[in-house]
Write a protein that binds this ligand. Structure first.
Ligand SMILES: [Zn+2]
Length: 106
């Protein structure tokens, strides 16, 4: 699966890398070297169901098997959403200088 760079529109990272990219950690594009990440607003929407489930688990106090049965499909679903639906954005971090050069588009 191709993940296109918001800077140069070329393939910029593998699917595995996209699973681990967050607003706090950008990845340098393979083609142009500019920083690519995801925006906070998407990240927060991605984390929201995880937080709700964690709160629910804490309230219900199910056994280890129930936690596994809830946690594994949830992690899988969140990974798929990040992979297919969360768009990549410019992080503004330049590989050469390490400085934030873009405007705040979060
Ligand atoms: Zn690029």
């Amino acid at each position: 699966m191709l993940h296109r760079c918001p800077h140069c529109d070329q393939a910029c990272m593998s699917s595995l890398q996209k699973l681990f990219v967050s607003p706090a950690s950008s990845i340098s594009c393979k083609s142009c070297g500019k920083g690519v990440s995801i925006r906070w607003r998407y990240f927060i929407w991605l984390l929201l169901p995880v937080v709700l489930v964690l709160v629910g688990i804490n309230l219900l106090q199910p056994g280890p098997l129930s936690i596994l049965l809830i946690g594994v499909p949830l992690a899988f679903a969140v990974s798929l959403i990040q992979l297919f639906f969360v768009p990549l954005s410019r992080s503004g971090r330049n590989r050469d200088t390490g400085r934030n050069t873009a405007g705040d588009d979060n």
